[in-house]
Design a protein around this ligand. Sequence first.
Ligand SMILES: Nc1ncnc2c1ncn2[C@@H]1O[C@H](COP(=O)(O)OP(=O)(O)OP(=O)(O)O)[C@@H](O)[C@H]1O
Ligand SMILES: [Mg+2]
Length: 601
Amino acid sequence: MDIIKSFSQFDKILSSRNKKQIIFAIILSVITGLFDLIGIASILPVLSVLTNPSLLNTNENLNFFYEYSGLRENEFIILLGLISLFLIIFNQILRVFCNWYILFIAEGLLYEKSRDLFLYYLLRPYKYFLKSSTHHLVQKCTNYVHTSIGNYFTSFLIMISQTITFFFILGFLFFYEPFITLFLVISIGLFYFIVFNNLKGKISQTGKVLPFFFKETSKIISNTFNSYKEFKLSNNKNYFFKLFDLPAKKYKEGNIFINLLQQLPVFAIEVFAYVSILFLSLYLYFNTDNFNQTIPLIGLIALSLRRLLPAAQTIYLQLTQIKFFKKSFEVISSDLINSLEFSERNKKKNKSKLFDFNRTIEFKKIKFSYNKSNVLKNLDIKIHKGKFIGITGLSGQGKTTFLDLLCGLLKPKSGEIYIDNNLINKIDSDNWGSQISYVPQKANLLDQTVLKNVTFDDGKVNLRKVKKVCKIVEISSFIEKKLKNKYYTKIGEEGVRLSGGQAQRINLARALYNQPKILILDEATNSIDSIIENKIINKIKKNYKNLTVIFVSHRIKILEKMDKIFFFNEGNISSQGPFSFVKKNSKLFQRIIKLNSSKTN
Ligand SMILES: Nc1ncnc2c1ncn2[C@@H]1O[C@H](COP(=O)(O)OP(=O)(O)OP(=O)(O)O)[C@@H](O)[C@H]1O
Ligand SMILES: [Mg+2]
């Protein structure tokens, strides 16, 4: 039942090209199975003639070929042997090719699916990320997709291929010797059925250990490494080890258990094969007049078992794999289905015309909530192109939320956002986003060179432009004088080899390198000292005349330099206008200024 259900899910996960490949793999498996059978059958005339050469004259078919060949008796027997050898070699080559093709499909699918998933998650709406854990997403794009496609799905393919071979050989044997075949089928089938039936519940149960291991360990590892300093100075280091130890131990035990279960039947079935052949030989020895004549049959059965038993063992092994990896597959099956639909839709999508921003951004009666209570309440804001806008207010009043709405990352619950009198909903969010550079408070840096961190580009970069933006953000002299390889120096993961303020400046350089029309800085300079911050703002003003800058800051000295200020309070604007106007009208702002100036003094 489970298997049929999984098949119906594969149908939704596989593209039409994947399905064609699988059909080809099945056809190839049928051909390989057929040659398995021919290879095994070819041994029969060789052994028959060897034990009874007179067959060359008495057996009609053999006699026909013998006469036709014009060879002597010994030569013809050698020819029969060579033909059988050739068929078996050819069969093995075909099997290698068939196995390679299955591997090719499985690995290709794994590559496609992990790529599609990564892209699918990347292009999810921002709200999706707010609800998801990044560790879990990382696991889904790596471990889950590996176990789901690399193990779960591949097991299905191998099982189909081996089942075809199994039944081909069985069919032939049945045709040749029905009673012995029936005995073999019943004993092998019953043996594996009993083993599998008794263990399947336990295997499924053990399979749950995988999602648990993936989820927990990645979370613990990343949390601990991300807070290395706290960890190093913590009094309770064992806490972290214990958190890691439990899932890791469970994973180890689960793996030992499943591997043992998979191998156990092999020992029993090998004994079974030996006993079958021994009993068959003894039976024939005592019950036939001429034992010599039964040797071909014994040879045929022995050779068939050589193929049948590994096939049966592989089928059993794949069934256990399917049971074991089912839970992991279930975690991402719906994402795999959605990612396929998404990537096919994406292929068809036409690139829309780049949207231009020339005059104003206007928020009209915007309401927004993450959960129940409104974070933004009837927000009205109008921003003109080319201005330096300061956004300020106490913590948690909705400033960052406002920026996310402006970027199109979040959608308002009600109200409208207009860009040059065009509703933002009508603008392709990719197009709109490409005109904005957003710099958050926490610098986002890769373990790459300064150059790559500024450009985020692998292609041909414009070094002159990189140098120019680095100069504007007051980082060029540090790069050129203090870094050994200047712009080609690696700065470490998350910029660990830089100070907080330097990292923020590299982020700022990247934002400017992209030549945006709107630059959004969400407390993006708060690790930079006021003198340098002031210089950077002056340079940006001087060099980018048409740039609209939206600057969230708590620093009064910076806010003084803005063309206009919006003072956020409880999800609304309580005061707006030039600095002096807001200062005059907002009591809360006056208190903030007062506290700030006493702090500075
Ligand atoms: N992802 C989220 N899910 C639920 N609530 C959120 C989420 N992000 C923010 N909030 C809530 O929304 C409110 C506004 O948050 P926002 O980040 O916009 O404030 P802010 O004005 O930028 O504050 P700060 O100056 O501290 O950065 C806060 O009360 C916060 O708790
Ligand atoms: Mg904020």
